[in-house]
Write a protein that binds this ligand. Sequence first.
Ligand code: RB5
Length: 152
Amino acid sequence: MAERIAIASDHGAYELKATLAAWLREQGHEVIDLGTDGPESVDYPDFGYRLAHTIIDGRATRGVALCGSGIGISIAVNRHPECRCALVSEPLSAKLAREHNDANVIAMGARLTGPDMARACLETFLSTDFAGDRHARRVDKLSNPDLQKVTA
Ligand code: RB5
């Protein structure tokens, strides 16, 4: 099913962003490209926050967050409880991120994950459903601030 998917990167991953955005469009998705678009140094939190707000506003149903390692931008996206961003480097993690964690953003690192593997991860991420059931209670605790009390 075609979706509106936001994609953002820092300078460490702008080429991977272009590759994945083109592939998403080929698959029939609408892509919201939030930059960056060249090698000039930028700060990954700015792009992670931009992506998070696109998800929170409902302008995109899912997101793809990229930087050199995938670590910095995934931390930035996960500052927003509505976003469940999973940093992955192979398809099994992408599958589990959907089935168990209902991840709505996938993060990858262009220095660590090549374009073919990144595409395989993204394809799995988009085609795997959330398993619900016992996982739903846990996912609620991630994204509902009222359920984030420390009890012990
Ligand atoms: C940028 O040099 C680099 O720090 C960034 O792309 C990322 O790896 C941060 O986590």
